[in-house]
Design a protein around this ligand. Structure first.
Ligand code: NAD
Length: 328
């Protein structure tokens, strides 16, 4: 491919990705399956890697999420809420491990494996232990103030068991059972059902009337600390333990792995068992445990170098041919 062809192809890909991203992130109403979006994004990344001078500032490869909706008060995130790099197979996980170990040198490496909950990223701010603000990720630097909606979620403590100043991140989600009941009710009322629990959760929390969110049976797992004053933490795992003790819901399947073999075994286990859970997951997030090593590794324009998201392989769509008796 020559440069002119690359330029043309990039323009086409960006236009599509922008459009799909807008429907997904801003309107909570995707018009293509995630795999299709991911394939187009990979194509874009491959061409941009070949022609780095064609990377634009607003390319979907460097942009995070979507713009905040205008009718919410905007909230700026002191620490940006980033996206995650992706791993699609065992080789990608081994490459990630190699990069981490290059940074670590002689140091021991441990990973924390977490389920990648399919909901929406939310930031909660506590002052002296009291919830003062809840916001969406938005475009990573500016989100939407959805405090009154988040206060209706019973898994979110309004006051925590610690007097710290804290900004904590996690995934707000709709359990599968609540999603099914909601869509059933929508169908009965002749309303358009939600495409999936992620969109239902995002749509419920981005409503102006908190009574709607209150009826939707949402929940939330927290998975990282943005800012913390009044306590020192040295590892991601220690942070999660602190959050759990403070009264937050931390996912019980979170596991510490000492080797990449253990990480791979964890991903394989959840490829099999993902449907046993009462909520949807779309992958596994693998994070370096040591905060010192995380700091050393830093970030790319879009995501931390010390974490990766393993995406589950697309599931085969089994079309079952039913025996239909034809009545003539
Ligand atoms: P991402 O989904 O690759 O990963 C980052 C997000 O993971 C975080 O913001 C957080 O919300 C979430 N997460 C869940 N559990 C987590 C945990 N334990 N630790 C850390 N983060 C956790 O990034 P993204 O930028 O939000 O979006 C990309 C995804 O959105 C892709 O899966 C893509 O297919 C989908 N997408 C789909 C469309 C579409 O049209 N279908 C459009 C745009 C994006």
């Amino acid at each position: 491919m020559d440069k002119d062809q690359a330029k043309k192809q990039l323009e086409e890909l960006r236009e599509k990705l922008e459009k799909y991203g807008y429907y997904y992130y801003v309107l909570d109403n995707p018009i293509v399956p995630d795999q299709e979006y991911d394939t187009l994004l990979q194509e874009l990344l491959t061409i941009e890697e070949q022609f780095p001078d064609l990377v634009t500032e607003d390319s979907p490869s460097v942009r995070i999420g979507g713009a905040p909706l205008p009718y919410f008060t905007k909230v700026s995130h002191n620490v940006p809420m980033m996206s995650l790099g992706n791993a699609f197979n065992e080789q990608d996980l081994r490459d990630f491990d190699r990069r981490v170990r290059q940074f670590a040198g002689e140091e021991d490496v441990a990973y924390i494996c977490e389920l990648k909950i399919d909901g929406l990223a939310v930031s909660l701010t506590y002052e002296s232990g009291k919830l003062v603000r809840g916001a969406t990720r938005g475009d990573g630097t500016t989100g939407e103030d959805i405090t009154s909606n988040l206060k209706t979620v019973s898994a979110i403590p309004l006051r925590i068991k610690s007097d710290v100043n804290l900004e904590v991140r996690g995934e707000a989600y709709m359990p599968k059972a609540s999603f099914e009941a909601l869509n059933e009710a929508k169908k009965e009322a002749d309303e358009e059902p939600f495409a999936n629990p992620r969109n239902a959760a995002a749509g419920s929390l981005r409503q102006l009337d908190p009574k709607i969110a209150a009826k939707r049976n949402l929940s939330m797992f927290v998975y990282s600390i943005g800012e913390l004053e009044g306590k020192e933490i040295h590892s991601h795992y220690e942070g999660l333990t602190f959050l759990k003790d403070a009264g937050f819901k931390v996912n019980p399947e979170t596991t510490k792995c000492e080797t990449i073999e253990d990480v791979i075994a964890y991903t394989e286990k959840w490829v099999e068992k993902r449907h046993d859970l009462s909520y949807e997951i779309d992958g596994i997030v693998i994070k370096v445990d040591s905060l010192a090593l995380q700091k050393e590794m830093g970030f790319t324009a879009k995501s931390p170098r010390w974490a990766t998201a393993y995406k589950f392989p697309a599931e085969e769509v089994v079309t079952k041919l039913l025996d239909i008796e034809l009545t003539v």
